[in-house]
Structure formats: structure tokens, C-alpha cells
Design a binder for this molecule. Structure first.
Ligand SMILES: *Cc1c(COP(=O)(O)O)cnc(C)c1O
Length: 399
């Protein structure tokens, strides 16, 4: 085991410094040090139709403790259980907390794969660095999540739309009320078997364009998956719900630029009368937008698959005013949210300034044509029907 390594300064530097020791290196996150304590009675999988998003969890969890002094301790896989923390732990007072969300899928050749976990790990490290929690070796946490999933592989649901939602979390655990850099932290990962977000195909949603509350701002932390970003968004969502809208379409600034929808990134499809092309557009990553893995995947696939003679794919600023004007002229074609949980979520109406902006849907359907294509492109890769570079990472082979 790698403990603290100390360096005694050479006596020639003077006896007055001989008591000084310096930490050379603290232990990195190391998957090879994993210790597994299996549950005594593994649970039986719930029938698919009883899976509720994020309410049931697998038998095991992963925990890794960190201290400033020693670095990352040996990772543990152990039965899913309550945490025990002092009430003074800094996570409870100053929101030293961040999380990730990604999924694992069962493929037709009976493997379990994670979708683009390297992207989530990179983002998690950025979130950690921003709130002075420890960063870690991304590949090691990918390996450890793989072991955790393998431990409960019988609980990864089977079937189109079903998957295992993985929730890596990092909290500061220093037991002190002074606001300062945490010197203790806990990384843990829990997993929840989940079903399709929309049980009976798509269900297009109504959004309220929201300018009276602001989700994120320049110089803020809206581009990080910090727990502190989410609680303040519930009240505006309830207020929108009272008026019959499922989610907020978050606007920013005097220009009323469109940023995100609820906890998803958002895409619009416009007809560009000048060029005769269609345009798929989403807001640029300027620090106020969460860098969604689904967003990145939609952009990459659109750029690969859409004919550039007919399509433009743009990351640019655009406002609710532009959307309203385009809708009036019949140039608003589609809109959808993107995120790990629902993958794509079609939008049918946006309330703005007391008016309803209607987003066209395919006749008798709950989405537009591109929304439907994008959903299929991504699902085919996630469920192993199509291969796309290294987007699918095999974590277990059940053959
Ligand atoms: C997690 C999240 C997203 C979507 O990110 P994915 O990596 O695609 O799941 C978008 N916006 C917000 C605010 C988020 O928290």
C-alpha cells in the first residue's frame, strides 16, 4: 500500500530546517487496489415495467475516501448502504458536492457497455477542480465503475429503452465549519436500473421561456455539474408547472438568448430562406451551458450524417425573439432537448410574453423528423446495433 512519502531535507541545509518534511506525492486513484465485500444475498431483478427512474438501486456501491495527507485510499465495492458523516461535514454547509450521470447498456451480443464514460470523467474532474475537491485518474474510475457494474450485472435491465443509470458523486467531508479547502473527501458511485423516459414513445413537452430567474451566468458555474446549481431551479419549475408547462426554457441577458431547457441542452431546427438550407442550432459552450455528452454526440452525428448541401449545423447565440419571429414566418421546424436521461425530448410549444410559440410535429406524431432520426442514431450506438469509434466501452461480457 502506498502511504505518505516524506522527504527529510538534507541536514546540510541547516539544522534549523531539519524538522521540515514535505509530501512528495500522495496516492493516485488506483483500481488495482480495489477491495470487494459482496452482499450475502444478491437481489432478483425487478420486472422492467416496475422500474422508476432513480428510485431503486443495485446491490453494491463503490466508495473511495481521499485525504489531503494521503491521497486516494483503496477503493471499496460493498453492499449499498447509508453513509455515516459528521453533521459538521462541509458538504452539508457549503455544498462541496458534484455529480455525474451516464448509462450502461446491454447489447445484442450480450455485453454490457458504458456510453462515452471518458467524457463524463473529464467533466467530473473539471467540476472537482472548480470547487477545490480532489481530481482523480479518469481511466481508473472508468475501470472501477466497470467492476461495480460487473458485480451487479444481473440487475442491468434488458430491452430497448432500458439501461443502468450510473451516478458518480464526490463530496467534501471535512468536519469543520470554517469555509475552506476540504482536506477530506468521499467519492462514491451508485447505480439505478431504469426504463425508457417515455414509456409509450415520445411525449412532446410545453416549455415556459423564463427570464425572471437565471440558471447560469458568465463567470458562474453553470457549466459544471455541481449539486448547488440544481436546487434553485425547482421553484421556477413549479411556477411554470402552475401555468401548465413541464420545464423552463432558460433565457439569458438583455438579448434573451436561449441557453438550456430544464436540465437538458436544447436544439432548434430552422429553415434558412436565404440559403435554402435547414439549420440545426444550439447555444455555444461559453461557460453558461452544461457541456452535455448527448449534446456533443448530437452535434457529431449531425455533422457526419446530414447532407451539407441541405443542412447547416451551428453552435451560435440565438434568442427567443429570433425563435418567435421564425415561428411567425413558418421557419421554425423543430425543437428538442438532449441529455442522458431522456436522450432526446421533443418540444411542441413555448410560452413567451403571453403568446404560444407552436413547434410543428410530424402528423399524428410527437416529434419532428430530425428529432426522430437523432434519437435513433444515438440509440443504435448505445444498444450496440451500430459502432461509433470508441463511444461504447465494454465493461462486462455475459457470454
Ligand atoms: C447533465 C446536464 C445536461 C446534459 O448532459 P448529458 O451529459 O448529455 O447528460 C444538460 N444540462 C444540464 C444543466 C445538466 O445538468
Amino acid at each position: 500500500m502506498l502511504g505518505r512519502q516524506t522527504l527529510k531535507l538534507r541536514p546540510t541545509l541547516g539544522s534549523q530546517f531539519s524538522h521540515i518534511t514535505r509530501s512528495l506525492a500522495t496516492a493516485p486513484l488506483d483500481a488495482s487496489r480495489l477491495q470487494v465485500t459482496p452482499i450475502s444475498h444478491p437481489s432478483t431483478p425487478k420486472p422492467n415495467d416496475q422500474l422508476v427512474f432513480g428510485k431503486t438501486f443495485t446491490d453494491h456501491m463503490l466508495t473511495v475516501e481521499w485525504t489531503k495527507e494521503n491521497g486516494w485510499d483503496a477503493p471499496q465495492i460493498k453492499p449499498y448502504a447509508n453513509l455515516s458523516l459528521p453533521p459538521s461535514a462541509c458538504v452539508f454547509h457549503y455544498a462541496f458536492e458534484l455529480f455525474e450521470g451516464l448509462k450502461a447498456y446491454r447489447t445484442p451480443d450480450n455485453k454490457i457497455t458504458m456510453f462515452r464514460p471518458d467524457m463524463n470523467m473529464a467533466r467530473m474532474n473539471k467540476s472537482a477542480a472548480r470547487i477545490c475537491l480532489p481530481t482523480f485518474q479518469s481511466e481508473e474510475l472508468v475501470k472501477l465503475m466497470g467492476k461495480l457494474i460487473e458485480q451487479d450485472k444481473h440487475l442491468v435491465p434488458q430491452g430497448q429503452g432500458y439501461s443502468l443509470y450510473i451516478r458518480p458523486t464526490l463530496i467534501g467531508t471535512t468536519a469543520a465549519l470554517g469555509v475552506s479547502t476540504p482536506d477530506k473527501a468521499l467519492l462514491f458511485v451508485i447505480c439505478s436500473p431504469v426504463g425508457p423516459y417515455y414509456k409509450t414513445g415520445f411525449k412532446a413537452v410545453r416549455l415556459e421561456a423564463t427570464d425572471y430567474a437565471t440558471r447560469a451566468w458568465p463567470g458562474g458555474v453553470g457549466d459544471k455539474k455541481l449539486g448547488a446549481n440544481y436546487a434553485p431551479c425547482i421553484l421556477p419549475q413549479l411556477q411554470a408547472a402552475e401555468r401548465g408547462y413541464q420545464q423552463n426554457l432558460w433565457l439569458f441577458g438583455p438579448e434573451k438568448n436561449i441557453t438550456e431547457v430544464g436540465t437538458m441542452n436544447v436544439f432548434f431546427v430552422f429553415q434558412n430562406k436565404a440559403t435554402g438550407k435547414k439549420e440545426l442550432v444550439t447555444a455555444p459552450l461559453d461557460g453558461t451551458i452544461l457541456e452535455g455528452v448527448t449534446r456533443d454526440s448530437v452535434l457529431a452525428l449531425a455533422r457526419e450524417k446530414l447532407d451539407p448541401n441541405e443542412w447547416e449545423v451551428n453552435e451560435r447565440y440565438y434568442s427567443i425573439t429570433e425563435v418567435a419571429e421564425k415561428a411567425q414566418k413558418g421557419e421554425l421546424l423543430e425543437a428538442f432537448g438532449s441529455g442522458t436521461a431522456a436522450v432526446v425530448s421533443p418540444i411542441k410549444e413555448i410560452g413567451w410574453n403571453g403568446q404560444a410559440i407552436h413547434v410543428p410535429l410530424l402528423p399524428g406524431e410527437q416529434s419532428g423528423p430530425l428529432t426522430k432520426d437523432v434519437a435513433k442514431w444515438i440509440a443504435d450506438i448505445q444498444y450496440g446495433k451500430e459502432k461509433h469509434g470508441n463511444w461504447s466501452k465494454v465493461v462486462a461480457d455475459l457470454n
